[in-house]
Write a protein that binds this ligand. Structure first.
Ligand code: F6P
Ligand code: MN
Length: 359
């Protein structure tokens, strides 16, 4: 059935009709979509397009840049810089905000993005994604770094694309979270997953378990209880998944539930978490909250954080409401000292949490 479908542009025009963002935000998101189609085409061609491999350069995070990281970054910039819709852009791949060429008109928005998330997966043909966040730029002149340091609650739109067996785009403009699938023959994103909801309960969690010894005790406690399964305090079995691409892990959670954690760890003590606040945690948190999920650092709502720097990192725990609330409680109990016995080497021999911890 090719007739009667809702394209992304039609959907956005309808969602934004009557709001102050009605014309320009839809147009900007359509420009972002153009970049996503280009990236989808490059990731799909893989080795045939000569796109695989590293460039031998590093980004500001000290991560090796892949060819596709840089090409994807260029795709977003080229699609969005010319239209008079953005005043500035910031990216995981750029140390400083991108300066728009003088020739282009300035617009009312700031675009922040991770052009290719999970890029260690590129060369092995596993799902990767693009994450984006749109903020308002409420003044004249050129944006500085400070203009980008806005809390996530101020985002006017956010979302991601996943380049998997099919390419999908999932986004929110603050009226629910909706999924679109790319019809490659026609070149349009079609609304296929309206009003996505994350179930409040789950039996599935995602975490890089090789970091277990570096986690804080409340996260160790939570995961230990999940792993103990039906013989432990939770009284039921849990399943674990880890794709090493946040977009792909979060997408699974939006499709069938679960939680995702990249907590703070002591592996690299200078870094309070792995994921970046402005272009990873905030946009994904907005999408997750709009789908009824919770997105937390373990000690508070991600969207309320006041960013301090462009590439700031944060602990991330998100997904099923009841499980994230449980993790927040474990952090509170740890911080107040009321779970001290768990930190003791004796805890394994004692059933300390059975009274209130059973699911
Ligand atoms: O962008 C950071 C990222 O690639 C995420 O997409 C992913 O969840 C995580 O890092 C993978 O981390 P690790 O290498 O520890 O598995
Ligand atoms: Mn990333």
């Amino acid at each position: 059935m090719l007739l009667g479908r809702t394209t992304l542009s039609k959907f956005l025009i309808e969602q934004l009709r009557g709001t102050e963002d009605q014309a320009d935000l839809a147009a900007l998101l359509v420009d972002v979509t153009a970049a996503i189609k280009t990236i989808a085409s490059m990731t799909a061609k893989g080795a045939l397009g000569g796109y695989l491999g590293s460039l031998g350069t590093e980004n500001v995070q000290g991560e090796t840049q892949k060819k596709l990281d840089v090409l994807s970054n260029d795709a977003v910039i080229q699609s969005c810089e010319w239209g008079g819709l953005v005043a500035g852009m910031a990216s995981e791949e750029l140390d400083e905000p991108y300066q728009l060429p003088r020739a282009f008109e300035r617009g009312a928005y700031l675009l922040v993005f991770d052009p290719l998330d999970g890029s260690s997966n590129i060369d092995v043909n596993v799902s990767v994604g693009t994450i984006f966040s749109v903020l308002r730029f409420g003044r004249l002149g050129e944006p500085t770094v400070t203009d980008f340091l806005r809390p996530g609650v101020e985002q006017v739109a956010a979302g991601y694309a996943i380049y998997g067996p099919s390419t999908m785009m999932v986004l929110t403009v603050g009226k629910g979270t909706h999924g679109f699938t790319l019809d490659r023959e026609i070149g349009n994103f079609i609304l296929t997953h309206p009003d996505l909801r994350i179930a409040e309960d789950t039996g599935e969690f995602a975490i890089n378990a090789s970091n277990e010894r570096f986690w804080e005790p409340p996260v160790q406690r939570y995961v230990a209880e999940c792993k103990a399964g039906r013989t432990g305090d939770r009284g039921r079995d849990f399943n674990m998944r880890w794709i090493a691409s946040m977009v792909a892990d979060v997408h699974r959670i939006l499709m069938r539930g679960g939680i995702f954690m990249y907590p703070k760890d002591t592996k690299e003590p200078a870094k309070p978490g792995r994921l970046r606040l402005l272009y990873e945690a905030n946009p994904i948190a907005f999408v997750v909250e709009q789908a009824g999920g919770v997105a937390s650092t373990g000690r508070g709502r991600i969207l309320d954080l006041q960013p301090e720097s462009l590439h700031q990192r944060v602990p991330v725990m998100l997904g099923a409401r009841h499980e994230i609330e449980r993790l927040e409680r474990y952090h509170r109990e740890y911080d107040s000292g009321s779970d001290k016995p768990f930190a003791s080497p004796l805890f394994k021999d004692r059933s300390l949490y059975s009274a209130e911890g059973r699911a």
